[in-house]
Design a protein around this ligand. Structure first.
Ligand code: HMG
Ligand code: MG
Length: 304
């Protein structure tokens, strides 16, 4: 237990996209920028700021073009955006984002509900999008959703998720983020999934995207750390969910992840006090209490 832990990991912050896409309120553009600025100030270097999907499907992020274009480049910081197809890529190019993230589900039903296409049709669309993205000097990341379970189909064949992950990497994604979209994963299952993936994909090409619906995200991340995963997605305050995965809570709270990492002597380059401030900004922006544990307890009171 607790072997093979690294000195350093990389955190990919998803709150402005995964978080805000699932809020009832549509947050004004200025507040979104305030949140992103606070995340940058806390030391986050990779931030998924918005989504170039259909504004009819995700009205909360309908201002994606304005938002991405309004962000001043920050040296050393990559702003990325979710992208479903060539229309999305054209928008990403016009807004000058540095990176896009393709997404496809391991579950046929979830994929159809999410993007109105079969898994094969999604992969074919991405196949035709990755070349133009790279020609425009835009990095491409991939997501595989519902790897730990699907809200419509239940258990998922992990081999199918592996095949999809490999296709995304083969077509030119620099990394694939494996999603527990509905937060049903438990540690033994995580070990089995990751061992299967790691038998065919190098660890540095895999990230984990663990929604914390049932409180098991950190336990699963710890398994990932031991197995050599060094890239983790998270969302400040635990903001978020997937609008096409009913009942799913937000991603692992960034503060909880950083608190755990710091306690184990693992550097993520993030200033926890400032991150807590970013979480407070997120809470005031969405006007509801956020579920993250460190967000609620604070950093010091736990240690006092
Ligand atoms: P569709 O209706 O099937 O699209 O939607 P279409 O290709 O038939 O086109 C219909 C209209 O939409 C056309 O316009 C297109 O131009 C337009 P019209 O001719 O009617 O005026 N259109 C677009 N407009 C703006 N941007 C675009 C775009 N594409 C087409 N990119 C589509 C297909 C994929 C667009 C739609 O289903 C969609 O936007 N879905 C949103 C899915 C989504 O954002 N889900 C949540 C994010 S995924 C997630 O949260 C999981 C993740 O976090 C990982 C995890 O947790 O596991 C990533
Ligand atoms: Mg997600």
């Amino acid at each position: 237990m607790l072997e093979n832990l690294p000195d350093r990991v990389s955190i990919y912050e998803v709150s402005p996209r995964d978080g805000l896409q699932n809020e009832k309120v549509t947050v004004p553009l200025g507040d979104k920028i305030r949140l992103i600025d606070a995340l940058v100030a806390a030391g986050l270097k990779r931030i998924e700021v918005t989504s170039f999907v259909s504004p009819k499907w995700i009205p909360q992020l309908a201002d994606a073009d304005y938002l991405a274009a309004a962000l001043d480049p920050v040296p050393g910081v990559t702003f990325s955006a979710l992208c479903p197809n060539l229309v999305g890529l054209e928008r990403a190019k016009a807004a000058r984002v540095q990176e896009v993230a393709f997404f496809v589900s391991a579950s046929e039903t979830h994929n159809r509900k999410n993007v109105n296409k079969s898994v094969d049709a999604s992969l074919a669309a991405f196949e035709g999008t990755v070349g133009p993205a790279r020609d425009a000097n835009i990095g491409v990341r991939g997501y595989v959703s519902t790897v730990w379970g699907c809200p419509y189909e239940g258990e998922i064949d992990v081999k199918r998720a592996l095949v999809i992950a490999k296709r995304l990497l083969d077509m030119g994604c620099y990394q694939v983020s494996l999603g527990d979209t509905i937060g049903v994963g438990t540690p033994r299952q995580t070990k089995a999934i990751l061992e299967m993936m790691l038998a065919e994909i190098p660890a540095e090409k895999i990230a984990m995207h663990m929604h914390d619906t049932r409180g098991t995200a950190l336990a699963n991340i710890l398994v990932g750390l031991e197995l050599g995963i060094r890239d983790f997605d998270s969302s400040v305050g635990g903001l978020g969910g997937c609008p096409y995965a009913p009942g799913a809570a937000g991603n692992c709270a960034t503060e909880d992840l950083v608190f755990m990492l710091q306690g184990m002597g693992i550097d993520s380059g993030i200033d926890l006090e400032r991150l807590v401030e970013a979480g407070r900004a997120a809470e005031s922006i969405v006007g509801r209490k956020l579920p993250g544990k460190v967000h609620q307890s604070g950093v010091r009171s736990l240690r006092a």
